[in-house]
Design a protein around this ligand. Sequence first.
Ligand code: ARG
Length: 402
Amino acid sequence: MGRAKKAVLAYSGGVDTSVCIPYLKQEWGVEEVITFAADLGQGDELEPIRRKALDSGASQSIVGDLIEPFITEFAFPAIRANALYEGRYPLSTALARPLIARRLVEIAREVGADAVAHGCTGKGNDQVRFDVAIGALAPDLKVLAPAREWGMSREETIAYGERCGIPSPVSKTSPYSIDLNLLGRSIEAGPLEDPNVEPPEEIYALTVSVAAAPDQPQVVEIGFEHGYPVSIDGVRLDPVSLIRRANALAGAHGFGRLDMIENRVVGIKSREIYETPGLLLLIKAHQELESLTLAADVLRSKRQLEQQWADLVYQGLWFGPLKDAIDGFIERTQSSVNGSVKVKLHKGNATVVGRSSAADSLYVDAMATYDRGDQFDHRAAEGFIYVWGLPTRLWAARHRHR
Ligand code: ARG
């Protein structure tokens, strides 16, 4: 592969990505490491992280606010796609990776780097997402993943860092591996590795327990335009504020926790805990509005494509052709997804209790009603059923006496 001269490293401020800096320079002969730390709404203070990269040997330390594009270009399309990996996980981590990769590539161009680096291990999904995205956006850039090759244990990594002047974590490090952004938290490892152990309450930060949730239910009304959420309880909000508000509302009622066994791209089953209150609430409301405004056959086809969309985003194929093609389908469907959905939040549940669409509802009273206004032609059903059931009757007649 040849040596890289200048690498842009995706940097979080943690031990592993910090150790990547001296490791790349000392072991892999990279002359200059420039770090990039993304603000994705995780709430970390970025100035200490920026300084820590310099203290760890970075020649330049860049921090960048990506919150707005994260929500508008990644989270909102996921809501339109009702994207739930394996029917459950709303991709809070997965959606951030192609955005970080895109920014890494831009920075590499700006500083004239010949490589991009990340601290992912060889067992996870994030390495797949970074490597594939970078390969698609900048095939000429090398991708360096030292943690995939260094074979150091956690203790050895900390010791290596100490030898290079990287302070070991002050407090006793948490046994958990946590990934955090404005869409939610993912919590893995430590005691959670036993899939039969109940997650301790202490791991949660964005949602309260059912026991601690208020006794009073709260109905929230979410407004959509073209499949994008635009308001909560009649108040128009910009995309970032809307996600924050949805997180706060759902989290306060203990809605949005997941405990699942998930199938990673690399073949491993892993036990994952998530809390993604706002995103799950918005997807639920969006699904409901679609059930009112999309035709039955479009809905059925969309449900299948949604699953493929979630799979491919999880699997790191954000910049691939299938994503692009399915997005075309979704875009075409969303022009009529306008209206609002009422969801009752109560004790860990989010229950849809109403939906309406002034211009696009396909629910027609005169068809649905059992009252006087009924305009459905009941007698037409007979002929329809004669034809509809014909193949079944023919087959049954053949097989009845066997
Ligand atoms: N399993 C989740 C995913 O693949 C969460 C990964 C969390 N990433 C991390 N580096 N801790 O999307």
